[in-house]
Ligand binder design. Sequence first.
Ligand code: HEC
Ligand code: HEC
Length: 194
Amino acid sequence: MAVEDIGAQRVGNGNPGIGKQQADAGRCLECHGADGNSIDAKTPNHAGQYAAYLAKQLSDFQSGARKHEIMTIMAEDLSAADKADIGAYFASRKIMQGEGGDVNQSGRNLFANGDRSRDIPACSGCHGENGKGGIAGDVVYPVIGGQRKVYLRSQLVSWNLGERKNSPGGVMNTIAKSLSDEEIEALADYVSGL
Ligand code: HEC
Ligand code: HEC
């Protein structure tokens, strides 16, 4: 697939210009950053994230399928057009990038190969070799490569405990269920560096 097609797929049908204004007026940029790189470790980056993934999460906060005290309030009044436009704005920013550095080898191994003996599939199979995500039919695999480490760890813990359960068919709960704390730490360390 050509690079421009992937770019268009990321942005979707929303209007990035209107989305920027909405994100500013809605105070999203105060936490998620004007360029989609967040201001603190617990807050996810949105830079280069798939607009359709961001819109789905906002709908899930609205319906209660995903729970978070602040985001439930922030998402409350957004219309379908707002969600698409704000998503398009963040998706069109320069994609989040990790700082590289020392590679966590056990994290890399799990990411690239999974662990067949425990039915853990390779993360790269869905999230892509560099963790930059993809779309297959109706399912969006979010960008995780270069995401904040503390945020990645918190989401993996949350899938593991079954507190977050909004992935299609519960796929992330199934995958994260048998990860140990050490493995979650190693994965968060490796993936955030991509
Ligand atoms: C006060 C800080 C704050 C503000 C303001 C804020 N957010 Fe968030 N946002 C967060 C935090 C923290 C999370 C992580 C939630 C979690 O841990 O589950 C988050 C998560 C999200 C997610 C899920 C991302 C993912 O990778 O799954 C989306 C989408 C999002 N915010 C969009 C928005 C939008 C749109 C606005 C403005 C209408 C907004 N946020 C305003 C702090 C904020
Ligand atoms: C079979 C496909 C599949 C595999 C394999 C997979 N994931 Fe996912 N993952 C998903 C989907 C789909 C979502 C989006 C869930 C949603 O819509 O809320 C997701 C979401 C996530 C998120 C949340 C991102 C965010 O911004 O909040 C993290 C973190 C994550 N996956 C990490 C991993 C890790 C680490 C592995 C390997 C151990 C892995 N995934 C393997 C399909 C997969």
